[in-house]
Design a protein around this ligand. Structure first.
Ligand code: HEC
Ligand code: HEC
Length: 239
């Protein structure tokens, strides 16, 4: 009898686990990379190629979000999620929002039945409609445009994470760029060597700067010119 109660409890615990609502720790972004990216481009904005196998996920998101027709506008996103969660397992020419020419070019998406669970499908679909939005696209394009507008030297500094450790005119982990520029004003080649080889204990005891031997000479030249000009460029760099 005691054994039976034990078994019964165990059974209840397991069924309870089974009925847990959609697990919050399913990572829609990772799952999208894992289960969809082999066919769908997942960049935003997408990298368009002539031999793409399927529409980019951003296009899928925009299509589905505008073409599903909810009776109640507030349900647009939840209906879109429902559509995608279903499409993954039951794709069909009738359901697809792709135009005829694209469907002919790509062919119908194969069903992913058995390749992922319905909770995973929902997590992917939710991620698609929270990430691939017009608002996020505009944000990304704006920051891309802001990055493009920067001086070439500042782009190289950002790419190599220099500005994570060096403030423009404030000391962070390392000295400020203004202090560095003042020290090396007439010693550009020495500064380039420091960047290439790293530095240890020069500015303060125990301070270490990693070596950046992988930056090529041309980029080092542009980067150094930019650093040496920071004192006179302060207003431009700091808006
Ligand atoms: C083996 C390749 C392949 C994989 C993997 C794949 N798809 Fe597709 N998918 C396609 C193709 C091809 C189309 C275009 C034809 C169509 O609409 O069925 C498509 C179309 C779609 C559509 C309909 C698009 C529209 O605008 O109507 C959705 C939604 C979709 N895919 C979601 C996904 C999601 C989410 C995943 C990952 C879980 C995924 N697909 C994985 C090939 C694939
Ligand atoms: C992980 C943090 C970190 C990163 C990333 C970093 N630095 Fe440094 N940097 C430091 C520290 C700390 C010092 C001071 C080291 C010392 O006292 O010897 C320093 C010192 C320097 C110096 C002065 C060296 C000297 O001999 O006086 C230069 C020039 C410099 N960094 C440039 C750069 C550039 C350019 C980049 C990007 C390519 C960069 N740093 C990335 C931490 C960093």
């Amino acid at each position: 009898m005691i054994k039976n109660i034990f078994l019964l409890t165990l059974l209840l615990v397991f069924t309870a686990c089974d009925e847990k609502p959609l697990s919050k720790n399913l990572d829609g972004k990772k799952l999208l990379e894992l289960k969809c990216a082999s066919c769908h481009d997942i960049n935003m904005p997408p990298i368009i190629s002539d031999d793409e196998l399927a529409p980019p996920i951003m296009a899928v998101s925009f299509h589905v979000h505008s073409f599903v027709t909810p009776t109640d506008e507030s349900q647009r996103t939840s209906k879109a999620i429902e559509f995608v969660s279903d499409y993954i397992f039951n794709p069909s020419l009738e359901k697809s929002f792709c135009d005829e020419a694209s469907l002919e070019r790509y062919g119908l998406m194969p069903s992913l039945k058995g390749k992922l669970t319905s909770d995973e499908a929902k997590a992917i679909a939710s991620y698609i409609f929270t990430h691939y939005t017009q608002e996020n696209l505009t944000k990304i394009q704006k920051s891309q445009a802001a990055f493009d507008a920067l001086a070439p030297g500042q782009k190289i500094a950002l790419k190599n994470r220099c500005l994570g450790c060096h403030g423009i005119d404030i000391k962070k982990v390392g000295p400020s760029l203004v202090d560095i520029a003042n020290k090396f004003a007439d010693y550009k080649d020495e500064m380039i060597q420091s960047i290439k080889n790293g530095s240890k204990g020069v500015w303060s005891k125990g301070a270490i700067m990693p070596a950046f031997s992988e930056i090529d000479d041309k980029e080092l030249e542009i980067l150094s010119e930019w650093i040496l000009k920071t004192p006179s460029n302060l207003d431009k760099i700091k808006h």
